[in-house]
Design a protein. Structure first.
Length: 156
């Protein structure tokens, strides 16, 4: 019975280690290691969608890291590697997409919405001020006399 419990504890303990895959790449210098780190932080995992490929444990992210390492070994530039990934996976793979005809709304949309919201609030404030001013100035002399008479009557 002891052996069974010990084997079960050992199997469960090793299960966590088996899932923690670590990429062990060797680089010719620190500059190449820095380029690798920069590229893996700059590109988004197609499966996880909200993680860069450096932090993702998805199999596709491991394949992309391996592909980046291979292309760095071939001597490709960062821009060539990014262009390859964009051609293969689309503009979505970049955290900071380029400004072009397809992405202008992505870049300027939030600022446009913010300015539109500020303009809308300004219009609402101006209309409310104007309507409150018109409401107080809108009483005729007869209505003012009647209002004064009613107020005096209530005081008595």
């Amino acid at each position: 019975m002891r052996r069974l419990v010990a084997g079960l504890v050992l199997a469960l303990g090793c299960g966590g280690v088996a899932q923690a895959a670590i990429d062990a790449y060797t680089f010719k210098d620190e500059a190449e290691r820095g380029r690798y780190a920069e590229l893996t932080r700059e590109l988004r995992c197609p499966k996880c969608q909200n993680q860069d490929i450096a932090d993702s444990n998805a199999p596709i992210a491991a394949d992309l890291r391996k592909e980046i390492y291979r292309m760095l070994g071939e001597g490709r530039s960062n821009q060539q590697i990014i262009d390859f990934m964009v051609d293969r996976y689309g503009e979505f793979v970049r955290y900071k997409p380029e400004l072009n005809a397809h992405t202008w709304l992505l870049w300027f949309g939030p600022a446009g919405l913010l300015l539109g919201g500020v303009a809308l609030i300004g219009v609402i404030v101006v209309r409310r001020r104007r309507s409150s001013r018109d409401a107080t100035d809108g009483l005729s002399d007869e209505e003012r006399q009647r209002l004064a008479h009613l107020l005096d009557k209530n005081r008595e």
